[in-house]
Ligand binder design. Sequence first.
Ligand SMILES: [Zn+2]
Length: 252
Amino acid sequence: MDLVDVHCHLTTYSAGELDEVIKRIEAEMSLVVTSGITPADNLKSLEIARNSEKILVTFGLNPVSLGRDEKLFDEYLEAVYANSKVVSGIGEVGLDYYWEKEESRRAKQREFFPRFIDLARELGKPLIVHSRSAMKDTLAILERHTPDKFFIHSFRGSPSQARKLVDLGGFISLSTAMVRFPRDYTKLINSVPLEYILTETDAPYLAPRKGEQNYPWNVRESIAFIAQVLDQDMEDVAKQVYKNAISMFGMV
Ligand SMILES: [Zn+2]
């Protein structure tokens, strides 16, 4: 079965465990995208991606850190341009009002978000959007300033917000937390066509079961869940989600 995890953080595993994780990715997965969140984490992620043809890397910048220290942006830009041939996407970037309560710093996040959108467009790469407790403002920016290719990772908005994103040409990426919150996710899955849905883990976070560490291959449980909601064959769902990921990351 074609299993894809379009958003995880492989840098959080210990070196010993990482070898095992990569082996299992090689054996069981079709595509895994690991996303960096700091300048150092981006470079570490890049090194990991070099170990496997199945692992792509994207360079991101934590919105909370950027809102507090805008000098990070120039350092980020430099690293993206220097590695633009091997970086497969811009993100995760976006807005985080959960960890940032201060309005002037939230405003800084909003000021920089369009610059990442411009960068993704300029480089012809997808934008991986992080939006936490900030969906209204995220959507407002994306409406005014629409990227060519993008998805919101670990989407937890409403069905109507999901439809709005799809109208803008965006995809929604649903995490393995769907197994824990079946009612919310059933509504979301039914609110947009399968052609706009991606699967992710956000590993090591958002595991199917509370308190556990998450792993990329757990997306198998998401595929089973989606298949059940849509009353479709797991194979067919997996194939479509894989197709969606391939078109997002421009591999066709
Ligand atoms: Zn993440």
